[in-house]
Design a protein around this ligand. Structure first.
Ligand code: DOR
Ligand code: ZN
Length: 407
């Protein structure tokens, strides 16, 4: 039994808390806050085939270090995860990696939507966490941009009770804008080519399809003010639509290209401060349902290539909670909201059984992120001084002290 004494709880009172465990431990919680461990609904842990960028040995430690004990992993691996056979094989490989580090992380996998494998959607129910549709292309070759395939995917997901998660960027418009672009080949071009219209058009289309077929639609990494307005409207009309935002669209803007270059190149790209503010407003008003890190690491060498060659994506699983705790410190978000966005709402949308995992937070701890566990070993937030850090994560009754090196 783990017995935590006199810990601050989310309702502002101090209480003792007990967690079933093989270990017999008493923790003095008087300087700490108890939160349920978080879920990251959007990660790319790169297994199989891209383990030079990330693997579950590194990523599992990164999760614990960020107070996260459950993740949903995306299908744009090598090969892409587009059949249930591949999904089960992927689980086998992941289980091996997790076992070798002794971290029994909870995870669920996405099935990738692919027009040659519509029959797989039927088999995915109850096993895959959802169906991922890349309406616009990103890392990997998964893309579904033709009308008839999109109709089929939305309709099948609705009939077979799968959450359909979209990467909403309009592929045709991206190509059109790429061809028309004549400006400098610097990373700033990324936000110009994949502009707000690219995202808005796809989000609008996805909402229309969800409305037509009654699909449970989860819009990943929403980045613009206009999309927040569209989603608010759809929710008012009773469409089953859920909205995720990422830390990078909350805490970085296109001004950050000047300092960070292609290391902050991602899809959808960075936007303006006005968009960041609109996303925070969406959080406060309840239009935004979840926060997902979209942890999408690439090696330093890959990212250091010039714009056009450098891949899109940044890591985030271990920096998300510290950034949000710091935003709380700055009066931008309530603690209860953080837990709703990164735990309760995700359980509700995806029908998860709650875990008995916890994270203990020191709200007064101030400084830079002490170490990164992600294999890519960089973060655009590494130089920020933040207030509020997770210090202990408890996963399946096991205590991980985050002030020491994790196993
Ligand atoms: O920037 C991104 N990187 N966006 C995505 O949608 C995919 C991700 C990746 O897998 O690298
Ligand atoms: Zn992603």
């Amino acid at each position: 039994m783990i017995s935590i004494k006199n810990i601050l709880t989310l309702d502002g009172t101090h209480a003792d808390h007990e967690i079933a465990s093989q270990e017999d431990r008493v923790i003095d919680g008087s300087a700490l806050l108890l939160l349920p461990a978080l879920i990251d609904p959007h990660v790319h842990f790169r297994t199989p085939g891209l383990e030079h960028k990330e693997d579950w040995h590194h990523a599992a430690r990164a999760c614990l270090s960020g107070g996260i004990t459950t993740v949903f992993d995306m299908p744009n691996t090598l090969p892409a995860c587009v059949t249930m056979k591949q999904l089960r094989e992927k689980e086998r490989i992941i289980d091996g990696q997790l076992e070798s580090v002794g971290i029994p992380l909870h995870y669920r996998l996405y099935l990738g939507a692919d027009k040659s494998h519509f029959d797989e959607i039927v088999k995915a129910k109850g096993h895959a966490v959802g169906l991922k549709v890349f309406m616009g292309s990103s890392t990997g070759g998964l893309v579904m941009d033709d009308e008839s395939s999109l109709h089929a995917a939305f309709s099948l997901a609705a009939v077979h009770g799968l959450v359909l998660t979209v990467h909403a960027e309009d592929e045709a418009l991206i190509h059109e804008r790429q061809r028309a672009y004549t400006g400098p080949q610097s990373v700033e071009a990324h936000s110009i080519i994949r502009n707000r219209e690219v995202a808005i058009r796809a989000t609008e289309k996805a909402i229309g399809l969800a409305k037509m077929y009654g699909t449970r639609l989860y819009l990943a990494h929403i980045s613009t003010k206009e999309e927040i307005a569209l989603i608010a409207e759809a929710k008012r009309e009773g469409v089953t639509v859920f909205c995720e935002v990422t830390p990078h669209h909350l805490f970085l803007t296109e001004k950050d290209y000047a300092h960070h270059g292609t290391s902050v190149q991602m899809n959808p790209p960075l936007r303006s401060q006005e968009d960041c503010d609109a996303l925070f407003e969406g959080i406060r008003s309840g239009v935004v349902d979840t926060i997902g890190s979209d942890h999408a690491p690439h090696t330093r060498t890959e990212k250091d290539q010039p714009y056009g060659k450098a891949p899109s994506g940044i890591p985030g699983v271990e920096t998300t909670l510290p950034l949000l705790l710091n935003a709380h410190h700055e009066g931008k978000i309530e603690l209860k909201r953080i837990v709703s966005l990164m735990r309760f709402k995700i359980e509700e949308i995806f029908g998860l059984t709650p875990t008995d995992d916890f994270v203990l937070v020191d709200l007064k701890k101030r400084g830079k992120i002490e170490r990164l566990y992600t294999k890519c070993n960089f973060s655009p937030y590494a130089d920020r001084v933040l207030s509020g850090f997770p210090v202990t994560t408890i996963l399946k009754g096991k205590i991980y002290d985050l002030t020491r090196l994790l196993p």
